[in-house]
Write a protein that binds this ligand. Structure first.
Ligand code: 13P
Ligand code: SF4
Length: 322
């Protein structure tokens, strides 16, 4: 037996063991979730096995809508911390479990509430549009939130004569401004994962898979968005692929989305734009973490009532628009 064959058969056995363990863990999670009347929400970038056990998997906007409509006494939120905070803001009477409180979004931490308050003082009258990838504390300092799924719609509805600061993602801000032909002031923040996708990666992927459509996330650099066929939120990519006649797609976003794309479109082929587009924080929550948090009913997301009240206003404005 060659070394390569041994390695591959070892990998297969490990995969079978993992699948067995995952099936047992998933069954235990489902049983306990039922007993606790808990709903499991997961973002499209989480581990495949976490997506598979969830009641609902979606993008930031879809998850916000789900949390707002949710009547469940317990929400287990699988995603990064700002998303779990958003669920708590929109469903304050529910217990919101976030199995890994250390799973943060580095971009969300690039706009502190103090810095946003300073900016507003220095720019009286400025309208503050915050990507939902911001902490609850920062949301208390802004006028309106948006996601990558509704940024264009939302910014296009703002009064044309007002100065606007878009934070914290300068790429989403610049891509939205370019699409609408409107000037936006840009906060110096970005997603470290999407920012690593470069135009040369699109060129290489197109050369390797001629004819495949290139879909990228609007958190990518404007030069990357310019070369792509579409720039869409993760939910937008899923809808686009479902409706498209094309059969091959190059996917320029976090690798976790490939799981749903492949599961829901078995007749289509998906190539990662670059093999290592991974958000380490989105991958932190494991099935063991979900089970442990349901057993212990901890860690919970705790926000003081004043933060919930003030952070809710910009989120409600966003949900009212789209
Ligand atoms: P979506 O809203 O497109 O799912 O994006 C969230 C996110 O964090 C992208 O990095
Ligand atoms: Fe934040 Fe980027 Fe991870 Fe999304 S992919 S959660 S923006 S670090």
């Amino acid at each position: 037996m060659t070394v390569e064959a041994t390695t591959s058969s070892e990998r297969t056995s490990q995969n079978i063991r993992d699948a067995h363990d995952n099936a047992a863990l998933a069954a235990a999670i489902r049983k306990l979730a039922k007993a606790r009347q808990a709903i499991l929400l997961a973002h499209n970038y989480t581990r495949s096995e976490v997506q598979d056990v969830a009641d609902f998997v979606g993008d930031s906007l879809e998850l916000s809508r789900k949390a707002a409509a949710c009547q469940a006494p317990v929400i287990v939120f699988c995603g990064v911390r700002f998303m779990a905070e958003t669920a708590k803001i929109l469903s304050p009477d529910s217990i919101v479990l976030h199995p890994r409180p250390d799973a943060g979004c580095p971009m969300a931490d690039m706009a502190t509430p103090e810095a946003v308050a300073d900016y507003r003082r220095a720019h009286p009258g400025v309208l503050t549009v915050a990507y939902v990838n911001t902490t609850a504390a920062t949301k208390t300092e802004v006028d309106i939130c948006c996601t990558s799924g509704n940024a264009e719609k939302l910014v296009s509805g703002l009064p044309a004569d007002r100065e606007v600061i878009f934070l914290p993602d300068q790429n989403l801000g610049a891509n939205t401004a370019a699409k609408l032909g409107r000037k936006l002031n840009l906060w110096p923040g970005c997603c470290p994962t999407h920012n690593r996708i470069l135009p040369k990666h699109i060129e290489a992927a197109r050369a390797a898979h001629p004819g495949a459509q290139v879909l990228v996330h609007p958190e990518c650099l404007p030069a990357v968005v310019e070369l792509a066929d579409q720039a869409l939120s993760t939910g937008g990519m899923l809808k686009y692929v479902h409706a498209a006649d094309a059969k091959e797609f190059i996917i320029g976003t976090e690798s976790g989305l490939l799981h749903r794309l492949r599961l829901e479109n078995p007749d289509k082929v998906f190539y990662p734009l670059k093999p290592d587009v991974c958000c380490p924080n989105m991958k932190k929550i494991t099935l063991e973490d979900v089970l442990t948090s349901l057993c212990n009913m901890a860690p919970t997301v705790e926000l003081d009532p004043d933060t919930i009240r003030r952070a809710r206003t910009p989120i409600d404005r966003m949900l009212a628009i789209g």
